[in-house]
Design a protein around this ligand. Sequence first.
Ligand SMILES: [Zn+2]
Length: 289
Amino acid sequence: MNSFLITTNNPYTYDIFLSDLSKLLIKYPNLQKETIGYSVLGKPIYALKLGNSGKKILITAAHHAKEWITSALVMCIINTLLENGNFSHTFYFIPMVNPDGVNLCIKGLAQDLPVYVRKRLIMINGSEDFVGKWQANIRGIDLNHNYDASFSKGKALQLKEGIFAPAPTKYSGEYPESEPETKAIVSFTKKIAPQMVIAYHSQGEEIFYKYQGKCAPDAEKIAQKLANASGYQLILADGLTDCTGYKDWVIEKFNIPAFTIEVGKGENPLPITQLEKIYNDNIKLINAL
Ligand SMILES: [Zn+2]
């Protein structure tokens, strides 16, 4: 695969992301990097900007820890856009929203963690086995259920599923934007005021484009174009997947086209061997924007 500077043969940890990012920054001085906030454990969350024309499009990846393949995907897309050099849009990327969660899902407890964090994690998880199992941030809050979009409805649905406390997945936190990662995404989104948003997740080869039955006037047409380009299916959300997510908040707050794109097929975490097909499908999608 035409992966250039990006690591495509290993689970995509935060450390690998940082090392790939510094290679890109050295080779492409026109790539702009901004620290938009810090994770619970103090890891910088980066946004990258490419281009200066057309629509402002914001693309995020790895809200969910098990979905780290989306970070590798976004880094490959950035590398391709930089290599091609002419940008039809102003792209903003947040390649890894949840760096603490990603590292926990890939490395488990075999990393430097404060003792109280370690103890609390084991309590939340009910075991010391985190590898391939963790979706939330390091406090057991599911970042894609931490946004201010039908938050109380989301809470009620979680209670029905027996989720009422920090957990490996699906717990939305006590109140919207309680987590520093979510706060960082919210304030950056408000600051740049994008005209379109894409949130990458895995898996299913599906594109969600509505929230509570609503979307911006041109969103359905664009979603169809993206589906045609990638071979992915359009899909409508329901239940817990139809509230408290980033796309939901963006549609509610800004009334702009906002898409959750579920890449790949199989059980999360998808193996890194799927990256090539995922990249091939999604570079077509990006070129169709
Ligand atoms: Zn997800």
